[in-house]
Design a protein around this ligand. Structure first.
Ligand SMILES: Nc1nc2c(c(=O)[nH]1)N[C@H]1C(S)=C(S)[C@@H](COP(=O)(O)O)O[C@H]1N2
Ligand SMILES: [Mo]
Length: 156
């Protein structure tokens, strides 16, 4: 009620584009991401300029969201997944690459989240944030994610 600062007819929620080698590319909002099981991560990371930061994030696992978009590998052939990269981009141009194997339960098993809340605040307007509990440094905790590209072509 009266929460929207957007002009009439425009969408208030930020959108995230899932693109690349996917059978089901998608555009997702933070409310869409609430449709997956939600996980909680209490993280501490160090920033080169502002020191140690502590936050609590909630959201779905990146692996679950990307798996639903059906990456173009043979799901039962583990070796086929090893050539896939995940490029994550924020609205300000900050970006990072992950490998598929890093978040795959059969390999690195990193519980990376696509966070939809930060310290209890919903990220509907800002867009989701990447959360990597395994990272010592904060730099890959990309906020305001606008695009995630899954790419299996690097080694072809
Ligand atoms: N979109 C975006 N996300 C970003 C950055 C950025 O420049 N742009 N900086 C990263 C860095 S270097 C750090 S340390 C953390 C900072 O998180 P904080 O705002 O909680 O301190 O955000 C990360 N996420
Ligand atoms: Mo940082």
């Amino acid at each position: 009620m009266g929460q929207s600062l957007a002009a009439p007819g425009t969408t208030a929620d930020a959108e995230l584009a899932l693109t690349g080698d996917l059978a089901r590319p998608a555009r997702l909002t933070v409310p869409d991401l609430l449709g997956w099981p939600q996980h909680r991560a209490q993280v501490a990371f160090e920033c080169a300029t502002s020191g140690v930061q502590r936050h609590v994030f909630t959201g779905p696992l990146l692996h679950e969201v990307l798996t639903a978009a059906r990456p173009a590998f043979d799901p039962v052939r583990r070796k086929d997944r090893l050539r896939f990269l995940i490029a994550v981009s924020g609205a300000d141009g900050h970006h990072a690459l992950l490998t598929w194997a890093e978040i795959d339960p059969d390999f690195g098993r990193a519980p990376v989240l696509l966070a939809v809340t930060l310290d209890g605040t919903p990220l509907d307007r800002v867009g989701p944030q990447l959360v990597l509990p395994q990272d010592r440094c904060g730099a890959r905790h990309i906020s305001g994610i606008t695009a995630i590209r899954v790419d299996g072509g690097y080694l072809r």
